[in-house]
Design a protein around this ligand. Structure first.
Ligand code: C2E
Ligand code: CA
Ligand code: CA
Length: 647
């Protein structure tokens, strides 16, 4: 009796649709996704062979070509079909992040042995006809050992179900059920076929199970970052939990691109994301060449996490960096030619050796950058975690919250010298934090952390209030001081009610806007240039003046400098530090000249010696700030300083 191929035909479009949807959703990266894709191709192949096999075997007697085709289809079918459950098992290892269980050769041999047995039977089949026999007049007939194949399938199925039961705590319930689906479907199909042998439903069952996985598990928005086509930050978090739950050792290489936002603005999103994904491709390629199992995740705006497992836990990553750099340079030359280049900072974290808590690993990935000197590219977590700074960073949220409620902040003032007058005409207000346990913590450390943790606004409010109060409490003009400069953080500049806040303080302390100068940085424009510009204009229309801080770091937009209501440009200390080289000297001289040409006053920061001071004065700088005159000092001391030097 001929077989009914209806279900086989139905499963073909299902596999095709699954594959197409994976590619369209750009989720073909990552090992488990690749296993899943392979499973679908494998099953698609198997069902095509099955259709050939059933169609041809219904036509006896067979011609010579038909016999050959039938033989081919039979081998193809058995080879592919019997590999499905083994491959599915690899897929399960991958989704539970337990591939390490096959690390040892002996384990791998045991794992593949049953399939090896299938291959052996098929290899010997032409001689013995154990699995099937084909003859032109009788067509296709089953052999006696076909039961071996069922046995092998049962072996892999039991192994898979056992694995799912063992690791069920690690997967969401719906996902867990979806993974179990294949076994349930297979079980059901075998039963169905036992009673209704005419209907071939087995592969259809597989198709339905895969469809279920596609629908319930493959939520690309959860796993993939669609911008770069890499595994997402969420996937990193989820996988990290699995890694820790199974206690498998891994090495995480976190690479943060310190200038990612700037480069993204410069290249535009499309080119930036393709740059990132090509870089990830080079990393993947290098790992592949070295036989290192790895997964790469992306966190916006510019961090790549490479998780190395298996033997590569001991890979000496720093030794690979030059090669990687070469590869990247070679394959991203079109972008390098534009002048853009991502600057990376890399940290290797061994889990569980260095750190074994989930929060700490995430935290290290975010903060290692700030714990190493800015010119250092590579670091190991093991060399960071014992430092005082690391402890501060890990407790930063707590420290800041405590400081905010306990008002542990204080404003210091650093005098700014006017070259023309030979007196101190202004000062910069700089915040200080003295923690009960850790003592003095630098604002260069806690201000960026507060920005990240969303705690900067109360701190910014404290700064505004303290400085306004300070101005109202002292008769500064009498001491020869014209105004105080204060720093506005990026988040403060992004507040729609910033002008009102400032106007309220102005009334409360009855001070005049020209006694305040607000320092902003160009990074404030990266997020929302429109809001930033409108805040600036409202305040400027009401008499407030602005200084552009840190000029010469990052990508300065000179057009913006000329258009905005900025009265002062502050030249960054890093430019001053370079003044002892001919180029560095020339850069400062010409920056000063250009700024003077567009009628900006100039403050040079970080002047520590007399020679630099006189060079800058000769160039025509208006104001000088630096340790040469004074470090930032507490309010009372600052008043004493003015009395001594200005009166
Ligand atoms: P900044 O605004 O560029 O402040 C200038 C920094 O240079 C200050 O560091 C100052 O102490 C330091 N400095 C001044 N002259 C010299 C010198 O001659 N040599 C050296 N080596 N350093 C010098 P500080 O006070 O540690 O502040 C670091 C950064 O923290 C500031 O950089 C600013 O970005 C931020 N910050 C400080 N206070 C505040 C604040 O009240 N609000 C906000 N939003 N940020 C602040
Ligand atoms: Ca400043
Ligand atoms: Ca500065």
């Amino acid at each position: 009796m001929g077989k009914n191929l209806f279900f086989d035909y139905c499963s073909i479009p299902i596999f095709v649709i699954i594959l197409v949807s994976i590619y369209i959703r750009n989720s073909s990266k990552g090992r488990s996704n690749q296993y899943f894709i392979a499973l679908n191709y494998l099953s698609l192949g198997a069902v095509i062979f099955d259709v050939m096999l059933e169609t041809l075997s219904a036509r006896v007697p067979l011609s010579g070509t038909q016999t050959e085709l039938l033989t081919l289809a039979s081998y193809g079918y058995f080879l592919l079909r019997n590999f499905t459950l083994a491959l599915y098992m690899l897929f399960l290892y991958s989704v539970t992040r337990t591939e390490y269980r096959l690390r040892r050769l002996s384990k791998r041999i045991v794992f593949f042995a049953p399939y090896g047995l299938v291959c052996l039977c098929l290899l010997l089949n032409p001689a013995f006809g154990w699995i099937f026999r084909i003859s032109p007049d009788r067509g296709y007939e089953r052999g006696d050992l076909i039961l071996v194949l069922y046995g092998v399938s049962a072996f892999y199925a039991l192994m898979g179900v056992g694995h799912l039961i063992r690791y069920r705590g690690m997967l969401d319930k719906e996902k867990w059920l979806a993974y179990l689906g294949l076994y349930l479907m297979n079980f059901f199909a075998v039963g169905f076929q036992f009673f209704m042998p005419r209907y071939l439903v087995e592969i259809f069952g597989t198709a339905m199970a895969f469809l279920l996985i596609t629908l319930l598990v493959f939520r690309p928005e959860e796993v993939m970052d669609s911008n770069v086509g890499l595994l997402s930050w969420r996937a990193y978090q989820a996988d990290l939990r699995k890694i820790l739950a199974t206690r498998q050792p891994v090495q995480i290489v976190a690479a943060t691109f310190t200038n990612a936002t700037v480069v993204r603005n410069y290249l535009g999103e499309t080119r930036f994301y393709s740059y990132i994904s090509r870089m990830a491709a080079e990393i993947a390629d290098l790992n592949h060449e070295r036989g290192n199992p790895s997964e790469i995740y992306y966190e916006s705006p510019g961090t790549l996490y490479t998780v190395l497992s298996g033997n590569s836990v001991h890979e000496k990553v720093e030794a690979l960096l030059p090669e990687l750099r070469d590869k990247i340079d070679r394959h991203t030359s079109d972008i390098s030619h534009t002048g853009a280049r991502l600057e990376a900072s890399i940290c290797c974290i061994r889990v569980p050796e260095d750190v074994s808590s989930y929060e700490e690993i995430l935290h290290l990935g975010h903060n290692f950058r700030a714990l190493i000197p800015s010119d250092q590219i590579f670091t190991k977590a093991s060399s960071l975690i014992d430092s005082r700074d690391y402890e501060i960073y890990s407790k930063m949220e707590y420290i800041l919250e405590r400081a905010i409620t306990k008002r542990a902040f204080e404003m210091y003032y650093q005098p700014i010298y006017s070259v023309q007058d030979g007196k101190f005409r202004s000062a910069e207000a700089l915040i200080r934090l003295k923690d009960r346990d850790f003592g003095f913590i630098s604002p260069a450390v806690f201000i960026p952390a507060a920005e990240q943790l969303g705690l900067i606004l109360p701190i910014g409010d404290f700064v505004l209030e303290s400085v306004f109060r300070f101005i109202s409490q002292h008769n500064l003009p009498l001491l020869g001081l014209e105004y105080i400069e204060l720093n506005l953080s990026v988040a403060q500049c992004m507040q729609t009610d910033l002008p009102e806040k400032i106007f309220d303080l102005e009334k409360k302390y009855r001070i005049s806007p020209d006694q305040v100068n607000l320092e902003i940085t160009e990074t404030s424009f990266e997020n929302n240039a429109g809001l930033m510009t409108s805040n600036l204009n409202v305040l400027a229309d009401n008499g407030y003046r602005f200084a552009l801080d840190d000029y010469g770091t990052g990508y300065s937009n000179i057009q913006r400098v000329s258009r905005l209501p900025l009265s002062i440009v502050k030249i960054d200390k890093s430019l001053v530090d370079d003044m002892n080289t001919p180029d560095g000297f020339s850069i400062v001289r010409n920056t000063v000249r250009m700024m003077k040409d567009i009628r900006k006053e100039i403050v040079v920061e970080g002047v520590e010696d007399k020679k630099t001071l006189s060079e800058l004065a000769d160039m025509g700088c208006d104001f000088i700030q630096g340790y040469y005159f004074s470090k930032p000092i507490p309010a009372e001391e600052f008043i004493e300083f003015l009395k001594k030097h200005n009166l």
